[in-house]
Design a protein around this ligand. Structure first.
Ligand SMILES: Nc1ncnc2c1ncn2[C@@H]1O[C@H](COP(=O)(O)OP(=O)(O)OP(=O)(O)O)[C@@H](O)[C@H]1O
Ligand SMILES: [Mg+2]
Length: 403
């Protein structure tokens, strides 16, 4: 665990008045709990599939999937740690490599991440850009052969590899799933993890069949299981008896409702704790959980709003100003905003297209109105609180004056 800088500690304590937290880190997303509840079966299955490693043979490739926050990353990391611990000083070299595709997004970046873990640390050995993907791939294979390594490559959130559906990406990825056949010495097993259940259908059938030699599905947690997972965390994260049992129930229910997302449950708890502390409350209560849920929803919306380019932002403002209006009226409102901010307006055609794109994200909603002999038109309304939009867009220098 990290020991805190003494100055920081003092300042933090002073800032928060009385603290409800004993150890906030426990609720951070990088924290690895010692106890993994309700995942015995999954831990066994993942371990079982990797056991050939200890018997000096190659495990099958493995595809793991299940909804977000169902413990996939946690279980895989835990199994890898345990195996690595055991084989640390064995005569049989095993290397377990992990990378998250969400952090890399390109196959090149992902392979470099693996390469670094294989010991290709310098730019000369493996440059961050510039080589062909197949050359990067070859360099990794060379290391494996030279050292007769038995390797497992874990690709977490594999669905983020956009290239998986492009021609070259598909081919390289296919080679990776079949890499083992090419190796004269050593071995390579691929583990893919995904929370996107449609991902399998989008995969090239060849890639899918070699990636999913074995499959493990993580089922959703029930509300009660979430509650027990939370109870464990609460013991470590908060000082005793500062969590109202009703708040715990509500937190578990809110996260369990949809599909039993343990991450959301833990996030809710952390944010609720912070809100309670800021209010100098002596306990985390139901209201704090509700407040946390609202805040998290708002943060998500703010992030989405801020990620839009300028004209999309102007258009969202136009919808806000002409709430519930037709496409034509919104276009008029948009043109006015362009004039005020001295931006060159886009065509109505383009704007209509942008409206549909924004509608898909759910920030605005559209309704088709039939106007008898005049045909039909679409009316748009903002689905979020105008205050959230204002707060988010105030950061944008061009829009600042409008708000
Ligand atoms: N059984 C469990 N016991 C204790 N903590 C758990 C358990 N399952 C999940 N968690 C915690 O919940 C959070 C989410 O778990 P994890 O990251 O493993 O989910 P995931 O299935 O990989 O989700 P995603 O698909 O979104 O990546 C983590 O903080 C993890 O420590
Ligand atoms: Mg994960």
């Amino acid at each position: 665990m990290m020991t805190k800088d003494p100055i920081d500690k003092l300042l933090d304590d002073a800032a928060s008045g009385k603290s409800l937290f004993k150890n906030r880190e426990v609720l951070h997303f990088t924290f690895m709990p010692d106890i993994v509840l309700h995942r015995d079966d999954e831990q066994k299955k993942v371990t079982q599939s990797l056991i050939p490693l200890l018997k000096k043979s190659r495990p099958s490739n493995l595809l793991i999937y299940g909804k977000p926050g169902t413990g996939k990353t946690l279980v895989v990391k835990k199994v890898l740690n345990k195996i690595q611990e055991r084989v640390k000083d064995g005569s049989f070299p095993i290397q377990l490599l992990y990378a998250n595709a969400k952090e890399e997004t390109t196959l090149y970046g992902l392979l470099v991440k693996f390469g670094r873990q294989l010991g290709l640390v310098s730019q000369k050995e493996l440059p961050t850009t510039g080589l062909s993907i197949s050359e990067v791939f070859n360099r990794l294979m060379t290391v494996i052969e030279k050292n007769t390594l038995n390797t497992v490559f874990v690709v977490d959130e594999i669905d983020y590899l956009a290239e998986l559906v492009s021609k070259t990406g598909k081919d390289v990825f296919y080679s990776l799933t079949r890499a083992n056949e090419r190796l004269k010495k050593g071995s390579l097993t691929l583990i893919g993890i995904s929370n996107d259940l449609t991902f399998k259908e989008r995969l090239d059938p060849r890639v899918l069949s070699s990636l999913s030699e074995e499959e493990i599905v993580f089922t959703n947690y029930t509300v009660n299981q979430i509650k027990e997972i939370l109870t464990e965390r609460i013991k470590q994260a908060f000082i005793p008896n500062v969590l109202d049992p009703a708040a715990l129930n509500l937190c578990a229910a809110m996260s369990g409702q949809e599909h039993g997302d343990a991450r959301r449950a833990i996030d809710l708890l952390r944010v609720a704790g912070e809100i309670a502390e800021r209010e100098q409350a002596d306990m985390v209560r139901e209201d704090h959980i509700r407040g946390a849920s609202l805040k998290m929803e708002e943060d998500k919306e703010t992030t989405a709003l801020n990620s839009y380019p300028l004209h999309e932002k102007l258009l969202i403002l136009a919808v806000m100003k002409a709430n519930g209006s037709t496409t034509g009226e919104i276009y008029q409102s948009y043109k006015n905003l362009c004039k005020t901010t001295r931006q060159k307006e886009l065509t109505q055609r383009r704007v209509t297209q942008m409206l549909s794109e924004i509608e898909m994200t759910g920030l605005i909603s559209g309704k088709i109105i039939h106007q008898g002999m005049h045909g039909r038109t679409k009316k748009f309304a903002l689905t979020l609180n105008p205050e959230t939009v204002k707060k988010a867009f105030k950061e944008d220098l061009v829009l600042e004056d409008l708000l």
